[in-house]
Design a protein around this ligand. Structure first.
Ligand SMILES: Cc1ncc(C[n+]2csc(CCOP(=O)(O)OP(=O)(O)O)c2C)c(N)n1
Ligand SMILES: [Mg+2]
Length: 370
């Protein structure tokens, strides 16, 4: 039987049960969710749902492949946080820049990098978007203005300020959306970027994905001020806190924020979210209770949104299954692409390690240096 055409029973549809890793809400919370949602048309709703499903299915597969040692090195999953990338990236324009962290598979995918080149990159194959040299943490695509994939906490913020400054100097009409975890607010780079962005009126949308933990450190154990908007506001920046588990809330907030950034300068959004999986594949998760994770799973972004759309009459079970099947088929094709890919040849090992000097180039070509 074709797995791509037949949704798996786990996570197949909200009628059969929530997607893997999510728990159906109980009691009155579902009704509350329905009441709190903003109105979206059907095309947008299905697009947002599809975006989240594509990320979820890709990452579930990546976790499985990691267990098989097909993917090695570091792997940080975004499972549980999909509403942030889905809601936000769809609100951006093609000319905008995107900067993200090592938890960036979803942002890259929705920015338009093919799932096949992402998967090949995770495998370390030379058909990957970074020619297999970056791996999971260093997805990159200049054409789509996706500037990483940053492994260093906080490193994306000054880069975002620099991209926005470059756009200004080159007369490009674009903004830079910078995604980072709440752990970055402890870094000097965060404060320097906040300060310069406001001082120079740079078009940067700072999107802080507050999932409450930086590896095993809870925010309240490392920060005296846990209201992150207060920190950004101290630099004179406009701020807003958003429910990052609600894809519509994120989408509408980012849409409004992009208008503000394009006309009035930088803005800081705190997106309250939660990762359902460990920090990375090496994390025994001793710092949080299982009951906390289960409680957050009742707010899982895919099943709550699906339930809400169904209650509104915007989504049928068949439509959900079709979106899920399409996502699964895309994953299957991406894995086949990565499997068929090739390793970089040994003679390329030193390529890009150092910039060739004119002398070295002349030796290689046999021509003298003028
Ligand atoms: C400058 C720096 N310090 C430490 C690390 C090790 N490290 C990797 S991820 C991480 C936690 C970051 O947490 P957060 O910014 O909240 O992002 P999340 O992983 O929760 O998405 C740390 C400390 C690093 N990569 N860079
Ligand atoms: Mg965090």
């Amino acid at each position: 039987m074709n797995a791509a055409a037949t949704p798996r029973s786990v996570g197949a549809g909200f009628a059969a049960g929530p997607p893997q890793g999510e728990t159906a809400p109980s009691g009155g919370s579902a009704a509350h969710e329905v009441a709190s949602v903003g109105a979206v048309d059907k095309t947008l709703a299905l697009g947002l749902l599809s975006d989240m499903l594509r990320i979820r299915r890709m990452e579930e597969k990546a976790a499985e492949l990691y267990g098989q040692q097909k993917i090695r090195g570091f792997l940080h999953l975004y499972i549980g946080e999909e509403a942030v990338a889905a809601g936000a990236v769809r609100a951006l324009q093609a000319q905008d820049n995107v900067v993200a962290t090592y938890r960036e598979h979803g942002h890259a995918l929705l920015r338009g990098l093919g799932m096949d080149v992402i998967m090949a990159e995770m495998y370390g194959k030379q058909q990957g978007c970074s020619r297999g040299r970056g791996g999971s943490m260093h997805l990159f695509d200049r054409q789509r203005r996706f500037f990483g994939g940053q492994a260093i906490v906080g490193a994306g913020l000054p880069l975002a300020a620099g991209l926005a400054l470059a756009d200004r100097m080159q007369g490009r009409e674009a903004l830079t959306a910078c995604f980072f975890g709440e752990g970055a607010v402890a870094e000097g780079a965060f404060h320097e970027a906040m300060n310069l962005a406001v001082l120079w009126h740079l078009p940067v949308l700072f999107c802080c994905e507050n999932n409450l933990y930086a590896m095993g450190t809870a925010l309240a154990r490392s920060e005296s001020q846990t209201e992150l908007c207060v920190k950004a506001a101290s630099y004179g920046m406009a701020t807003r806190k958003v429910d990052g588990m609600d894809v519509v809330a994120v989408h509408q907030a980012v849409q409004q924020a992009t208008q503000q950034v394009r006309s009035d300068g930088p803005m800081f959004l705190e997106l309250a979210t939660y990762r359902f999986r460990a920090h990375s594949m090496f994390d025994p998760e001793l710092y949080r209770d299982k009951s906390e994770i289960e409680a957050w799973k009742t707010r899982g972004p895919i099943h709550t949104f699906s339930a809400r759309l169904k209650a509104q009459g915007t989504l049928t079970e068949q439509e959900f299954l079709a979106l899920d099947s399409a996502a699964q088929a895309e994953v299957d094709a991406a894995v086949a692409f990565a499997e068929a890919g090739s390793w970089e040849p040994l003679e390329d090992l030193l390529r890009d390690v150092t910039t060739p000097t004119p002398e070295a180039q002349s030796c290689a070509t046999g021509r003298g240096v003028s």
